[in-house]
Write a protein that binds this ligand. Structure first.
Ligand code: 6CM
Length: 258
């Protein structure tokens, strides 16, 4: 733009460039599409051999036993329905770094390496050591997105957060005491609204959230298969119960965020 004098108006660049201009953007787009499509598949689809390994009320957790070079990389798929919260709220608390130490019990240290945009961050995390294995760390991008609700166009949007391992030259893998983990995680959340029959305004009693959580974690270096499976069996249900209870508690006296 130019002023009447012909002088150019100085344009202040935005504090962060839009994510679509970032070097990781093509990978983020591709991974988010793939992960959301996989998360949407039911447990019975494709004769996929999911086995139920943990159940608690509405929460069900399935895994497929898989190994690569003798290392356990079991894909995990969990489904849960939680009353009183929305998909947007669940994704907000899962994505935002300021809440992570509150609910992530395996975390020792979290650093935001880069703010790619409001909805896309890059993290370095060091996780607590689990005996007898070495301590683990991970570098991943995290992207939160609203998806159109194709089944119910008047219904609330669907929300997702996808986390996927990446590299950072300042945090090279396996350089210090930690072994680098590689992960792909997808949290997909659909809000259900059952309006009161008497026409009274919607409250948290009228909403629930269907959560699908999928993850594949490669432990990166040797870890005894039996210990790893025992750790996952203990830690994943603990995570999903604790995290959803945290979101309920955080939101109970706040306005509903659709
Ligand atoms: O998805 C979850 N958390 C996210 C935010 O922190 C993010 C990070 C995932 C890290 C997953 C690593 C957990 C395993 C750490 C111990 C590994 C020890 C290996 C050796 C054992 C013999 O996606 C929730 C993750 C919940 C994990 C239970």
């Amino acid at each position: 733009e130019r002023l009447k004098s012909g002088q150019a108006v100085p344009v202040t660049p935005p504090p962060t460039s839009p994510a679509f201009q970032h070097r990781l953007w093509p990978e983020i787009e591709k991974t988010v599409k793939q992960q959301v499509a996989m998360a949407r598949m039911g447990i019975g689809d494709c004769g996929s051999g999911w086995q139920l390994f943990a159940e608690d009320g509405e929460m069900k957790m399935y895994r497929r036993e898989e190994e690569v070079d003798g290392m356990v990389v079991d894909p995990l798929k969990a489904v849960h329905v939680v009353k009183g919260i929305t998909g947007h709220e669940v994704c907000h608390y899962f994505f935002s770094p300021q809440y992570r130490y509150d609910w992530e019990t395996t975390l020792e240290q979290m650093t935001v390496l880069e703010t790619i945009s409001d909805d896309t961050l890059m993290f370095h995390q060091i996780h607590k050591r689990i005996w007898p294995a070495s301590q683990r760390d991970v570098v991943f991008w995290s992207h939160m997105r609203k998806l159109p609700n194709d089944q119910d166009r008047d219904g609330p949007d669907i929300w997702t957060v996808v986390n996927n391992s990446t590299e950072d030259p300042d945090h090279p893998a396996n350089a210090g005491k930690c072994v680098r983990i590689f992960l792909t995680v997808c949290l997909l959340c659909q809000t259900r609204v059952i309006p009161p029959k008497d026409g009274t305004p919607l409250s948290r009693d009228n909403i629930s959230c269907k959560i699908t959580y999928c993850s594949v974690v490669n432990p990166g270096g040797w870890a005894p298969a039996s210990v790893l499976r025992a750790v996952y069996k203990r830690e994943y249900p603990k995570f999903l119960k604790r995290f959803t209870a945290y979101v309920k508690n955080q939101t109970k006296s706040k306005p509903i965020m659709y």
